[in-house]
Design a protein around this ligand. Sequence first.
Ligand SMILES: [Zn+2]
Length: 282
Amino acid sequence: MPELPEVETVRRGLNQTTLSQPIVGADVLLDRTIAHPALPTEFVAGLRGLAIAQWRRRGKYLLAELVDAANQPAGYLGVHLRMTGQLLWVAQDAPLQKHCRVRLFFPGNRELRFVDQRTFGQLWWVPGDRPPESVITGLQALGPEPLSDDFSVDYFAQWLRGRQRPIKNALLDQSLVAGIGNIYADEALFLSGIRPQTLCARLKPKQIQRLHHAIRDVLQTAIANKGTTFSDFRDVQGINGNYGGVAWVYNRDGEPCRVCSAPILRLKMAGRSAHYCKACQR
Ligand SMILES: [Zn+2]
């Protein structure tokens, strides 16, 4: 599943390709991909003639700021890739992918395609007179961006205090911090030497500080590597990221730890796999 570094990689690619040209039309191939408005025809009519001024990211959400022909603000296009969603910048006459769900047409035979095998991905059109969080309600519950000043050690420690739940599960909670998923939670816990099943309330101030640092470190490294190699992640040009080759523990169960050579273990937690090294994480 794409996490913050992958969504950030897609955002940067979209800002290099899709800006300042009108959306001349759209085609919705799977109705339920459109989370708002209720009718796909309204989605298509709403976007027609608007251009994208820039793409922003909040957690794992992508938000395109739309402008009209007079360059005035005209609402938002929201995208959440969920499990397998991909946004691809292609030629309109390129062969259609089997799992293509939505097509946005641009001048000069260009097209932004939303391809999504598992069909959990969502698109929203937010009209200009409404704040995005009133339509894309998932935005309301998001905690701070992990790379922003709002995500301070103090805030992190305060949130974890007294919570009787495993730290791994807390890191996946988007109301604690936005954009972290299974991959980077496992990686950050390895880097800070903390086992995924450790209860939040048991963490000492030094550990919280180390984990806070590791979260930022691992996200920045992954962004620099243009996201992960795993699963269905592709950037807008259809290219896989590079982070997988350097992952410490994620998806490496049975393989030797890169630090101590002990085999990486896998554990089921809250329906997800947690990967860790018994020797390096105590
Ligand atoms: Zn180890």
